[in-house]
Design a protein around this ligand. Structure first.
Ligand code: ADP
Ligand code: MG
Length: 145
């Protein structure tokens, strides 16, 4: 599924819509360059889960937890991770296979350790369509083993 937005508010709304329908155990992997809108999307997603707390990128902690909404949210930003071992050190499996929802910014950097069924959300700019234009692709990945 492909969605186009023309403002941060529209990207937030899209996040909200997906957060509202998120189910326990789902893992949302967000992909896209710096400043593309991953955190804007995440803020909407958190609001859609019923979280009113301010969401900020977990730059130094890798993961922030929010337990106030309909489901627990584990918000990862793995941009500064040097290798996947660091993910195991913070106990990523407890999060991945728990009852909450995981949302991972820069998930492409830890592709090798992601579980099989995740939802990929790719956000891209297209500068010829304007500074505020974003293309958001949502793909459910179901690997068959
Ligand atoms: P990231 O987390 O991907 O590094 P942020 O979400 O922190 O990026 O920042 C995105 C920036 O782009 C914000 O300053 C936001 O206002 C701006 N922006 C402009 N247009 C859009 C849009 N359509 N969707 C999302 N963000 C947008
Ligand atoms: Mg961010």
């Amino acid at each position: 599924m492909m969605i186009e937005t023309n403002s941060p508010e529209e990207t937030y709304e899209e996040g909200f819509r997906i957060g509202k329908s998120a189910q326990a155990g789902q893992i949302y992997c967000i992909k896209g360059d710096l400043g593309v809108g991953k955190t804007v999307f995440t803020k909407g997603f958190a609001a859609g889960l019923g979280i009113t707390e301010t969401i900020s990128s977990p730059t130094f902690t890798i993961v922030n937890e929010y337990h106030e909404g309909r489901l627990s949210l584990y918000h990862f930003d793995v941009y500064r991770i040097s290798d996947s071992d660091e993910m195991y050190e913070i106990g990523c499996e407890e999060y991945f296979f728990g009852d909450g929802v995981c949302l991972i910014e820069w998930a492409e950097l830890i592709k090798d350790i992601l579980p099989e069924n995740v939802v990929w959300i790719t956000i891209e700019k297209e500068l010829e369509k304007g500074m505020d234009y974003r293309k958001i692709n949502i793909d459910e990945e179901r690997k068959v083993s």
